[in-house]
Write a protein that binds this ligand. Structure first.
Ligand SMILES: C[S@@+](CC[C@H](N)C(=O)[O-])C[C@H]1O[C@@H](n2cnc3c(N)ncnc32)[C@H](O)[C@@H]1O
Length: 267
């Protein structure tokens, strides 16, 4: 096991766990208790590539490659880049980012998701050439209060699950150092996205429990750009993420109509 990949001590888990915190704002205003409970309930199946998180498994190589390509050369040359994966779930992107050589903090408000992430890391240690990877239960509010700063902040498929996307983007901006990058992926509020995420994934394929997605909370690319502007971030690029017919492999595209990813930088 890599020296930095120490499994969390019981004490860490107790400090970070939110056992006695039960209200909607237990972690902070961005957290919807209902959403967190929904993801917590499927945490044990998270790493099953044919399970409820199948689309995230299939799109992971594309989004990690895209993020890595959009990190400025200066940052990539830096010996160790500090990356926050916010809303990391059980760590699909966190592990891949650490394998790409970054020092990663994976954070999620769902304690069950973090427990599954820690379990997976213990059972599948990263190669020695990888960066470090630690996990924490919590939300952006916690890190902002602590004055934490990262070279890059990654928030994949989470903005459509928070209570206030503008406030959420502001926190992402606060958590990245000047010159650093923020990456956000989400679903567009289109009829096609409704058909794909609600009807397809929840009702037809029964991958996800009904109610996992609230179409009204999907974010159009124009809204995404606006949220970034309001947070003081510059939009560098956006790309569509498009699955093949069977959803097994995803490619970058110009189609922002369903899934897309955006790169911002902080001046
Ligand atoms: C659809 S999953 C995406 C997981 C991961 N980012 C990925 O794409 O592989 C959304 C995750 O965000 C977490 N989440 C939702 N709102 C959150 C918040 N305000 N703070 C931290 N985590 C949150 C949920 O618990 C869930 O694990």
């Amino acid at each position: 096991m890599h020296p930095n990949h120490n499994p969390a001590s019981r004490e860490d888990i107790c400090i970070d766990d939110d056992a006695e915190l039960t209200g909607q704002n237990a972690h902070g205003d961005s957290v919807s208790a209902e959403e967190i409970a929904r993801f917590g309930a499927i945490a044990r199946e998270w790493w099953d590539p044919a399970g409820p998180m199948r689309p995230l498994h299939a799109m992971n190589p594309l989004r990690i490659g895209w993020i890595d390509r959009h990190l400025p050369l200066r940052s990539r040359k830096q010996a160790r880049l500090r990356v926050l994966d916010l809303g990391c779930g059980a760590g699909l992107a966190s592990e891949a980012l650490a394998q790409a050589g970054h020092d990663v903090l994976g954070m999620d408000a769902a304690a069950e998701g973090i427990a599954a992430a820690r379990r997976h890391l213990e059972q599948h240690p990263l190669p020695s050439a990888a960066g470090s990877l630690t996990y924490r239960v919590g939300s952006a509010e916690t890190l902002v209060t602590e004055g934490e700063m990262f070279d890059a902040v990654v928030a994949l498929e989470i903005i459509e699950h928070v209570t206030d996307p503008v406030a959420f983007m502001r926190m992402l901006a606060e958590l990245v150092r000047p010159g650093g990058n923020v990456f956000v992926s989400t679903m567009n509020r289109t009829v096609r996205a409704f058909a794909f995420a609600k009807i397809g994934a929840e009702y037809v394929m029964r991958l996800l429990p009904v109610g996992t997605h609230d179409w009204k909370k999907f974010v159009t690319p124009a809204e995404m750009a606006g949220y970034g502007r309001q947070a003081g971030l510059r939009l560098d690029d956006m790309a569509g993420m498009t699955p093949d017919l069977f959803g097994n492999s995803w490619r970058e595209s110009r189609d922002l109509g369903v899934n897309y990813i955006a790169a911002f930088s902080r001046s």
